[in-house]
Write a protein that binds this ligand. Structure first.
Ligand SMILES: Nc1ncnc2c1ncn2[C@@H]1O[C@H](COP(=O)(O)OP(=O)(O)OP(=O)(O)O)[C@@H](O)[C@H]1O
Ligand SMILES: NCC(=O)N[C@@H]1O[C@H](COP(=O)([O-])[O-])[C@@H](O)[C@H]1O
Ligand SMILES: [Mg+2]
Length: 393
């Protein structure tokens, strides 16, 4: 396959739908291969827009706006970077010959928690937490009663833990409902109620589907707070049996979803075996660690796979870890400080995402460290992240 230079007549063009910190790394990798890049998101100056050839600001949940921008640009590949996109329009466009990564069906099924959960548990028979759905406070109360407490309540369309809470007693159901209504990405009222799984640890298994077949990265362990990731490390220590179980689940779900690209399969490890939690048909936030641990990062792997290039294997070069920096206020008047101190920590890098605005809980930067052991790497990344700070002006 051959293609011309970016911005020329024969360029190969990819359009990212979503332009956050993960997309920024995807675009940088695409540019290394001489691909033309277009970033789209709901607000101007999003991280990936700052490194793309061009950008557009639209409401990606509006099918007409989405179709217009795609027809205007006519990209060779359309690469969803977040869940909240008008996926029915992506399915129509795929029918008209556009290529959606990994497939329009995969982006539709993973757009909300119901599609992927029913597919995994009911069609594929994978082990998951028990679940119920509710469309009103009344239905939620019934579901909580049936499920018992504690249980986890999440808007069906949300990510990074937005609108998610643990309901510890029946009386808390109303507060959980209110939180979910505020936190969802789209104005949908439906929530999922999940059995609370007391896992020993949780992992992301990055799984690449390419012209070369399916490849797994070493498992990534992580810690989440309020449904959002704080720390991740690679490799995560697990038994051979657990790893095989995890790979089997990942293979089953990614084969079903199909297409080319990197998937992040989220799994809970328990004494009773491995549970499937959810899957991202795209690079995963906890996988940022691969920027310092692997010969090819999850972003490089995604780009290679979606362009139809071979992915013959992935090498873990060193243990590593990441720790995030989050804001705790809503403002445009801020600076990121402490980069100098963070970079003084051994074997450490920093990514400052360049988001134009802080929000409570919004991820603004990450520290990444490598070391001889995961334990050391986690200590270094945590030390570096604690040196980083959002300075409010
Ligand atoms: N049923 C559950 N039992 C116990 N913990 C859970 C359960 N569901 C979610 N969690 C915890 O909350 C975290 C976030 O949940 P989940 O991945 O469903 O949210 P999300 O908003 O899709 O996050 P992201 O988009 O960042 O992956 C999980 O990684 C896990 O730590
Ligand atoms: N867990 C999913 C995830 O981490 N997604 C990443 O966060 C961005 C949105 O950030 P924002 O909410 O700060 O705009 C997304 O664009 C993606 O890069
Ligand atoms: Mg998740």
């Amino acid at each position: 396959m051959s293609y011309g230079s970016p911005l020329g007549h024969y360029a190969r063009k990819i359009m990212l739908l979503g332009a956050g910190e993960l997309g920024k790394e995807v675009i940088l990798e695409a540019q290394r291969l001489g691909v033309e890049t277009i970033a789209v998101d709901r607000y101007a100056n999003a991280p990936a827009m700052q490194v793309a050839h061009r950008s557009h600001v639209i409401n990606m949940l509006d099918g007409e706006q989405l179709r217009n921008v795609i027809e205007l640009e006519r990209p060779d590949l359309i690469v969803p970077e977040i869940e909240a996109i008008a996926t029915a329009t992506l399915q129509e466009l795929e029918g008209e010959g556009f290529r959606i990564i990994p497939t329009a069906r995969a982006s539709r099924l993973t757009m909300d928690r119901e599609g992927i959960r029913r597919l995994a548990a009911e069609t594929l028979g994978l082990p998951t937490a028990k679940y119920e759905f509710a469309d009103s406070l009344e239905e939620l109360k019934q579901a909580v009663e049936k499920m018992g407490t504690p249980c986890v309540i999440k808007p069906i369309m949300s990510s990074s833990g937005k609108g998610q809470s643990v309901c510890r007693a029946f009386e808390e159901a109303e507060a959980c409902w209110e939180l979910a209504m505020e936190g969802g990405r789209a104005k949908k009222t439906r929530v999922i109620v999940e059995e609370f799984i007391r896992f020993d640890s949780e992992i992301t298994l990055l799984t690449v589907r390419s012209v070369s077949g399916t490849t797994f990265c070493a498992p990534i362990g992580h810690i989440q707070k309020d449904g959002d990731y704080i720390e991740s490390w690679q490799p995560h220590q697990m038994t051979e049996a657990q790893l095989l179980e995890a790979q089997n689940i990942a293979k089953t779900v990614t084969d079903e979803l199909g297409g080319y690209g990197l998937y992040g399969v989220e799994l809970f490890l328990t004494g009773n075996g491995v549970y499937f939690s959810e899957v991202s048909p795209r690079p995963h936030d906890t996988g940022l660690v691969t920027l310092v641990t692997q010969d090819l990062s999850e972003f490089a792997l995604h780009v290679r796979a979606i362009l139809g290039f071979p992915v013959t294997g992935v090498r873990l070069l060193t243990p590593g870890a990441t720790h995030t920096l989050k804001a705790d206020r809503d403002t445009t008047q801020f600076k990121i400080g402490g980069v100098e101190e963070a970079l003084a920590v051994d074997n450490t890098q920093v990514r400052v995402f360049g988001k134009p605005e802080t929000k409570v809980g919004r991820r603004m930067a990450v520290a990444l460290s490598s070391a001889d052991t995961v334990k050391q790497a986690r200590e270094l990344a945590t030390k570096a992240a604690s040196a980083l700070q959002v300075e409010y002006l």
